[in-house]
Write a protein that binds this ligand. Structure first.
Ligand code: 4NP
Length: 153
């Protein structure tokens, strides 16, 4: 069976979307479903291309046994053709994704907070250290809600 492919997207790909990717990868491992899914993350902007996580993000991922090797990258046109889902962290990301999508995009694009009925998740980049932990927990909860929908694919 072809794996379900999910791409998490935020502005810089050094805080929110890697936290989501780490939480999703960990959940797949725990469920023994690593072969069923491909998780990746990307930025709408190129400010941090090639960089590792924000150091606070790396600490939180390690604490939750959700660490993985990461280099920030910008979203590419082909991502819209090869991923099943592209999940944005806030409305600005969503607008940027709609602007960047090629005409033959096939990915479903949505807010990651859709299972909560929308809203934005905390961006730890601008916040205190505790915010990374808070954001990880928010995203881990959202991933639980998304899982049955991803499994339907
Ligand atoms: P992220 O956080 O989009 O969650 O990775 C940010 C990272 C960098 C910037 C803003 C937010 N920045 O302005 O450089």
């Amino acid at each position: 069976m072809r794996p379900t492919r999910v791409l998490f997207v935020c502005l810089g790909n050094i805080c929110r979307s890697p936290l989501a990717e780490g939480a999703a990868r960990k959940r797949a491992r725990e469920r023994g479903e690593e072969d069923r899914f491909v998780f990746d993350s990307a930025a709408t902007a190129s400010y941090h291309e090639g960089e590792r996580f924000d150091p606070r993000v790396g600490e939180v991922l390690k604490k939750h046994d959700a660490y993985f090797e990461h280099r920030a990258r910008r979203i590419r046109p082909d991502d819209f053709r090869t991923f099943d889902w592209i999940l944005a962290m806030d409305e600005e990301n969503l607008r940027d994704l709609e602007r960047l999508a090629p005409a033959d995009a096939r990915a479903r694009i949505a807010l990651v907070t859709e299972p909560w009925g929308g809203g934005r998740i905390t961006d730890p980049y601008y916040a205190d250290d505790w915010a990374c932990e808070q954001t990880y927990l928010e995203l881990a909860d959202l991933i639980e809600h998304w899982w049955p929908r991803w499994q339907e694919d």
